[in-house]
Design a protein around this ligand. Structure first.
Ligand code: PEP
Ligand code: MG
Length: 279
């Protein structure tokens, strides 16, 4: 920012090609590697070996920049052909994200072994999607055996409301504003009739993020944002003002967001955040 404060600007990637493009567009790392692309539209799960090869290729494309790998976030809008699920009335409130991984531990364990292998040769971090309770986090964490940072996606309001308890145990929070907004506003993501509830800076969502930042600070942890909000220049400034340290977005958004952050001081950003919180 104009006064020298730094915010890490990273990319969301969902393939090796995305990773190459991200570096070209100025990404300082990958804040969200969506691993679903390896699992969707196929008749069986990818082997550990295949996963190691793909994660290796992506990390290599980043040439030493950090990569946060998110474990499989399937279910709801992303059903798995090789793992049919019982029909659900409200799939977004159903067995998805970490819930699916914990219901099929062999799937999660295999992925975590692959990630641990690649973490031995590249700067990798790992995070779990859709965590609502500490028990879920602990069960998933216990399956991972590597000395790297382990975080959680903040997507469920229940986590923000117990951010202090989480901050004692996780290394970082990465806010998935797409889902966090959906669950806070009770408005299905992508439903255009509800755009007014989903778009832009929603004060209640920002307050949940502020709670996570406060808890993280108290325990020496850090907070990133990897939902689409991070890629909107005005919102990026507000998030920086809330104390978010890393913003991860579709690579095409990076130049514009960097420009917006460079135009303000940390104090400007904090004022914008106070206004957006509506306090
Ligand atoms: C989010 O929910 O904001 C997020 C980044 O995860 P996804 O969009 O993959 O659900
Ligand atoms: Mg999500």
């Amino acid at each position: 920012m104009r006064d020298g404060e730094t915010i890490e600007v990273a990319a969301n990637v969902g393939s090796a090609a995305d990773a190459v493009a991200a570096v070209e567009l100025g990404a300082e790392g990958v804040g969200l590697l969506r691993t679903e692309f390896l699992f969707l539209d196929r008749d069986e799960a990818p082997s550990e070996k295949e996963q190691v090869a793909v994660y290796d290729e992506i990390a290599a494309a980043l040439e030493g920049r950090p990569v946060i790998v998110r474990t499989l976030d399937a279910g709801a809008d992303k059903p798995l052909r090789f793992l049919p699920q019982a029909p659900e009335d409200n799939p977004f409130l159903g067995v998805r994200g970490i819930r699916l991984g914990l219901a099929h531990p062999e799937l999660l364990r295999t992925q975590l072994r692959a990630i641990a292998t690649v973490a031995g040769r590249h700067p990798i971090k790992v995070m779990f999607p859709m965590v609502a309770t500490l028990d879920e986090y602990r069960r998933a964490r216990a399956m991972f055996d590597a000395d790297v940072e382990v975080g959680v996606m903040l997507e469920v309001p229940a986590m923000a409301l117990q951010a202090d308890a989480f901050a004692r145990e996780v290394d970082f929070f990465s806010v998935g504003t797409n889902d966090l907004t959906q669950y806070t506003m009770a408005a299905e993501r992508g439903n255009e009739a509800l755009a007014g509830l989903l778009a832009g800076l929603q004060a209640p969502v920002l307050r949940l993020i502020a709670a996570a930042v406060e808890a993280a600070r108290a325990h020496g942890r850090w907070v990133g944002v990897c939902g689409e909000l991070a890629g909107e220049p005005e919102a990026a400034v507000v998030l920086a003002g809330l104390g978010v340290r890393e913003l991860s977005m579709a690579a095409g958004r990076i130049p514009e967001v960097k420009e917006a952050l460079r135009a303000v001081t940390a104090a400007d950003a904090r004022r914008a955040a106070e206004r957006a919180l509506g306090r």
